[in-house]
Design a protein around this ligand. Structure first.
Ligand code: BDP
Length: 588
């Protein structure tokens, strides 16, 4: 799906701002209250009953349409609504969208009228065995009290919801460019495909990073060659633009410029490769999570986070555990940050405790969950949205599913196959596995192009004993390597909860010293093993979670605090990623 960009043939109109909002499903009729869009609704007003509300909520606003807008096609587009949306314009239902982290749109040309129009969005925030991410709805009865409904997330982040990303109207001509696929490789060859609605002729020109035309061609699909191509890579992320023109037989013209880069992602000798050279991933699992905005769109924090990634010497992150906003992906293209793009498939585990205890023994997960079809839908939407971004170098189909259970292979094989079919660049595909899925029990390792493992030795087990933890880690990595000798292996998560400002000379748990020692111990293991292709620390910053006794006002495994100040470990990583690892040959 194309981003709603303003071009010479398209106008965009921002619908962000303060909307009317109310929670439904409570006993008393709630009044309309002001609600900022985009944002998570949860932290805007005071009270647990408000923040932790489970069910339907309604947003509404008016918008004005000019007669000129109605001479074109008019579209209403949402960056994301979490987790389910039903949309009405002028009391006509346009449809529903499921999945809280990907865009969707409706054409409203026939419905909209010149002058004032009303927009209503019914949002539902329930996570259960049919949704991604997955959760559980439980009812509880206390003596003398009415039954209570609680929604337990199968995941370790607060279930922020609402209209969380930008909303806009935009116009296109009647015959229009529906989609563009474009990618270039390290040899300077590029390929394009244009999907159009309506009859017309397609022309393309290629603009180099300075905006000079370096190629002109025609047709809905084709390829071209660029001499002296400038490659996209961290440090010099050269961006080209494919300018597409559709000249409709009705005399109209639609114009759109799609940004992309020339680069080749591959795997060789147990290493990820970028442009023919091994690339060692240094970075983090992140969250879209900031004070007050919750998981709501926050470009201030996004730009800040990229600045901090550069400061610390990271080159990459994983969009754990859902696709991030499109504007962040654009920023990473521009700034040369490598992305593992993850589907919102977390919590696929029948016995997840949501307390950071890494689940428990999973049983019957693949009979219990009814997510397979929805999983296909989110993968289709994720690849459709992100396919052209040069920053995306790897797809992650899920995080920490019950991959040791019978049925996991049957569940994931078709999904991984689907992503491979959808992605014309044939980027590597993986899913991120947890400690319960050992080298002996994991049912999916062979399906993955890269093994990404989350490990918390020295935290959830062997706590306090870092030399023991490192020995266990090394032994397990060696066993995975023996099982899959040709596959690159990386750590997708490793980290320790750390209370900023808590110090301990004996490097005790929760202290800044322990976090630093923990990361150092893991780093020494990675440096000793040739086939390790990257290290993503959990987490970039502290983040909000559901309340439980394993979390001190959220997950504190951040190397930065929630408001982005460094803990001691940030200085350790900065040193490692900028100097020590270079000397050991691990970093680029
Ligand atoms: C892993 C999950 C991640 C958690 C982390 C933790 O992938 O979402 O936040 O553990 O426990 O199991 O901190």
């Amino acid at each position: 799906m194309l981003y709603p960009a303003m071009t010479t043939s398209r106008m965009t109109f921002d619908l962000n701002g303060v909307w009317d909002f109310k929670l439904l499903g409570t006993e008393a009729e709630n009044p309309w209250i002001p609600m900022p869009v985009p944002s998570s609704y949860n932290d805007i007003y005071v009270g647990r009953a408000f923040a932790d509300y489970v069910g339907d909520m309604l947003y509404r606003r008016d918008f004005t349409v000019t007669p000129q807008m109605l001479t074109q096609r008019l579209w209403l587009r949402f960056g994301s609504v979490t987790h389910k949306a039903q949309v009405w314009v002028n009391e006509v239902c346009l449809g529903t969208h499921e999945g809280g982290f990907l865009p969707f749109q409706f054409e409203i040309t026939a419905l909209a009228r010149a002058g004032k129009n009303e927009l209503r969005v019914l949002v539902n925030n329930i996570v259960d065995h049919t949704t991604l991410p997955a959760g559980r709805l439980v009812t509880q009865q206390f003596p003398g009290k009415k039954e209570e409904v609680h929604n337990l997330p199968n995941f370790d982040f607060y279930n922020y919801s609402g209209i969380m990303r930008p909303v806009c109207l935009y116009t296109t001509p009647v015959s229009y460019i529906e989609d563009i696929t474009v990618h270039g490789d390290m040899e300077g060859t590029f390929f394009w495909k244009v999907k159009t609605a309506g009859e017309g002729a397609v022309a393309v020109t290629l603009l180099d990073p300075e905006g000079r035309e370096v190629f002109a061609g025609a047709g809905e699909a084709g390829s071209g060659q660029v001499a002296a191509v400038r490659l996209w890579e961290p440090g010099s992320p050269a961006l080209y633009r494919l300018a597409v023109t559709l000249s409709g037989t009705d005399g109209s013209e639609d114009v759109y410029e799609e940004v992309f880069g020339f680069r080749t992602v591959g795997i060789r000798d147990c290493h990820l490769q970028l442009n023919g050279k091994p690339i060692y991933l240094k970075g983090f699992g992140k969250h879209e999570d900031t004070p007050i905005h919750g998981r709501g769109f926050d470009m201030v924090y996004n730009v800040k986070d990229i600045a901090l990634l550069k400061w610390i010497g990271a080159n990459s992150f994983r969009t754990s555990h859902y696709p991030y906003c499109e504007e962040m992906m654009q920023l990473c293209d521009r700034e040369g940050i490598l992305i593992i793009d993850e589907a919102p498939a977390v919590g696929l585990h029948s016995n997840f405790s949501a307390t950071g205890m890494l689940g428990g023994t999973a049983t019957g997960t693949w009979e219990l969950l009814k997510t397979a079809e929805h999983h296909r839908q989110v993968l289709r939407e994720m690849v459709a949205r992100d396919k052209n971004h040069p920053c995306v170098i790897l797809w992650s189909v899920a995080n920490e599913p019950a991959s040791e259970e019978e049925g996991a292979k049957e569940y994931f094989a078709p999904l991984i196959e689907l992503v491979k079919e959808l992605d014309e660049q044939n980027r590597p595909v993986t899913l991120v596995t947890y400690e319960g899925s050992s080298p002996e029990s994991c049912k999916v390792a062979e399906l993955c192009d890269v093994l990404i493992l989350n490990r918390y030795r020295g935290w959830y087990d062997t706590e306090g004993n870092l030399s023991g933890a490192a020995a266990l880690l090394k032994d397990e990595l060696e066993r995975f390597h023996r099982r899959c000798p040709d596959k690159p292996i990386m750590l997708g998560e490793y980290g320790a909860d750390t209370i900023a400002g808590l110090h301990d000379l004996n490097e005790r748990l929760f202290s800044e010293e322990y976090q630093t020692a923990f990361l150092k111990a893991y780093g020494e293991v990675f440096d000793a093993l040739d086939y390790i292709t990257g290290e993503h620390v959990w987490n970039f910053a502290d983040f909000a979670t559901a309340e439980n006794i394993k979390r001190v006002n959220g997950n504190k495994k951040g190397v930065f605090t929630r408001d982005r100040n460094p803990k001691m470990a940030a200085h350790f990583l900065r040193n490692r990623w900028n100097r020590d690892a270079v000397a050991s040959g691990k970093c680029n």
